[in-house]
Design a protein around this ligand. Structure first.
Ligand SMILES: [Zn+2]
Length: 451
């Protein structure tokens, strides 16, 4: 074997890389631990009325938030520092031990400290770790892959902890804010996801917006619409009229859509959906997705060889410039297919009026004839969900569908979805402490008297 021993005084490059990474990680973990330690010390000092070895506060001073578990005293002058105990905090890339000061009352009783929400009881994983996990999983990493990611950083996180981190966001705000603008067009669709050996319908409503410039491919304008925000989502046992009505009624009461403005709705032919739109959005123009009309002919075709041609012809019928032109095309379509594929041809004929609604409203700026925008969104969700089969609970499914909608909406706003989620979950007041005032004190501050 060839010797690859480096000359004296030289290390192999990877050893240097690894040491650099380790060194940076350790320094970063230590810095975070130190910052939290200073805050812990400051909170204890506020409740005890002093730092250790400082003079006792006056007897008539303000009362502490903490109290003696034996005599109930809240007088800071009754409290003494009495050592500390160790507490491990796990960050996303390493863990650290904090020394939590103990207080004892003059009567000998214990004064339990409260450091929530910064350090919650029984919570080992700190917030940065939870947030990193949610970030990775919503961006498409499986729970197992996320676990391997953290393991590589020296942190062990169980699959159930990762699932719980996601589940915390089951009610997260999806940032459907569109300002004072009125929605001109909606695309509605449903997808089905498995959970706990069962299935749930994920219903979603998208805004469809006009493109600033039509998308041109090979010199032809091919797309005039772009996706807007996901304005409403729901999970239901099935895609029923009631489920759709609940979702649409919520959007009406939230003021997202309004009967005083024109609305164009595109969807597939699900009967529950169509009835719900008639009930909740009676003023809307309802366009049946022409791609779905074409696709649905496939199951009605007798001779498999006709499939592609018939579906293409059906699309051609609806891609006319006017209702009259489309009617002419329907005539030719029928002449070609009525004999050979009567059932498939009849289904296109039945849906003709619903498929040409967009041609009857040329004055509308946004009138998509397909639900392609919903389909694309669903495809993206599918790519992310596949590794997530093991979520296993309705709570996590809810959290994932909402986080995906939030991510989609924040990308449109060019804002950070993870920060939005974190603010929704954790924008709560934490005690203001003068954490840095004592930074120059030598550490450790406490003797490890108690355990
Ligand atoms: Zn006491």
């Amino acid at each position: 074997m060839a010797s690859v021993n480096p000359p004296a005084g030289v290390v192999k490059l990877y050893a240097l890389i690894a040491e650099t990474i380790r060194c940076g990680q350790a320094a970063s973990v230590a810095a975070r631990a130190r910052m939290l330690q200073l805050r812990v010390n400051a909170i204890a000092a506020r409740e005890a009325g002093r730092y250790p070895r400082e003079p006792r506060p006056p007897e008539d001073g303000p009362l502490s938030e903490w109290c003696c578990s034996r005599c109930g005293s809240r007088r800071k002058c009754d409290f003494n520092y009495s050592g500390s105990y160790m507490r491990t905090v796990v960050f996303e890339d390493g863990d650290a031990v904090l020394r939590i000061p103990r207080l004892r009352c003059r009567c000998g009783g214990n004064v339990p400290g409260d450091f929530e929400p910064m350090l919650c009881r029984y919570q080992r994983h700190w917030y940065d770790l939870m947030l990193a996990a949610v970030g990775l999983i919503v961006e498409g990493m499986s729970l197992r892959a996320a676990r391997r990611h953290f393991a590589r950083l020296g942190v062990y996180v169980g699959l159930s902890s990762l699932a719980r981190a996601v589940g915390r966001f089951e009610d997260v705000d999806i940032n459907a804010e569109i300002g004072k603008r009125m929605v001109e067009a909606l695309s509605l669709d449903a997808a089905f996801w498995r959970v706990e050996g069962d299935s749930r319908a994920h219903l979603y409503a998208h805004e469809v917006r006009e493109r600033d410039e039509p998308l041109v491919r090979d010199g032809r304008e091919v797309a005039w619409h772009q996706t807007g925000k996901v304005l409403g989502i729901g999970l239901a046992m099935d895609e029923t009229q009631q489920a759709w009505q609940d979702l649409l009624a919520d959007m009406v009461s939230a003021g997202v859509v309004d009967s005083s403005a024109e609305l164009f709705v595109t969807s597939d032919g699900n009967q529950g959906l169509l009835s719900a739109v008639e009930m909740e959005l009676p003023w809307a123009v309802l366009q049946r997705c022409v791609w779905h009309i074409g696709y649905r002919t496939r199951s009605k075709i007798v001779n498999a060889k006709h499939r592609d041609a018939l579906e293409r012809d059906a699309l051609w019928v609806f891609n006319a410039d006017s209702v009259e032109a489309a009617r002419g095309r329907l005539g030719r379509f029928m002449a070609r297919w009525r004999e050979r594929e009567p059932e498939a041809a009849a289904s296109v004929g039945r849906k003709f009026m619903q498929g040409v609604e967009y041609l009857r409203h040329p004055e509308r700026k946004v009138r998509p004839r397909t639900a392609a925008i919903s389909e694309r969104y669903n495809q993206e969700a599918k790519r992310r969900f596949r590794p997530g089969r093991s979520f296993g609970s309705e709570r996590n499914l809810r959290a994932m569908t909402r986080l995906l909608a939030l991510r989609h909406n924040c990308i449109i706003d060019r804002t950070d979805w993870l920060e939005h989620a974190a603010r929704w979950r954790w924008d709560q007041p934490v005690p203001l402490t003068t954490a840095y005032q004592h930074e120059s004190r030598p550490a450790p501050l406490y003797t490890n008297g108690g355990t």
